[in-house]
Design a protein around this ligand. Structure first.
Ligand SMILES: N[C@@H](CCC(=O)N[C@@H](CS)C(=O)NCC(=O)O)C(=O)O
Length: 123
């Protein structure tokens, strides 16, 4: 039964992720200089995620809207990033934004918190 539920959840997740990709709207427009500045700042960020997780889809959608090409790292089983997330953040829960700033690393969980952080910093 658990296998069937997981299968249905994964199939629905892949459908949602695909729909997300084909229904994305326009991105925030910045001057080339400003976008370059933002892109430089984004080098310090990475999003640990699963492709088909609804909370990750929501977060990626917000990143797209804000025109934030943040590196995404799969936390799926077997991926080395999963161990990084566990060791650094303390939990394998996604999405999680790794923020490096002033030599310190912060692991931000919760899709709503991540989106709020990105909107506040990059809108
Ligand atoms: N409230 C969280 C929910 C995140 C969540 O439940 N993520 C699932 C994947 S869809 C997860 O990481 N589950 C693993 C776990 O909780 O150990 C958010 O909005 O980010």
């Amino acid at each position: 039964m658990k296998i069937l539920i997981n299968l249905i959840r994964n199939v629905l997740g892949v459908i949602m992720a695909t729909l997300d990709l084909v229904t994305r709207g326009s991105k925030l427009k910045r001057t080339p200089e400003k976008q370059q500045e933002v892109n430089n700042a984004l080098q310090q960020l990475s999003l640990y995620q699963f492709f088909a997780c609804p909370f990750c889809i929501k977060t990626r959608r917000a990143m797209h809207k804000l025109n934030l090409p943040i590196e995404t790292r799969s936390a799926s089983e077997g991926s080395p990033h999963r161990e990084e997330l566990l060791a650094g953040g303390g939990r394998v829960k996604v999405p999680c934004l790794r923020i490096e700033q002033d030599g310190k690393v912060e692991w931000l969980y919760e899709s709503s918190e991540i989106i709020r952080y990105l909107e506040t910093r990059f809108s």
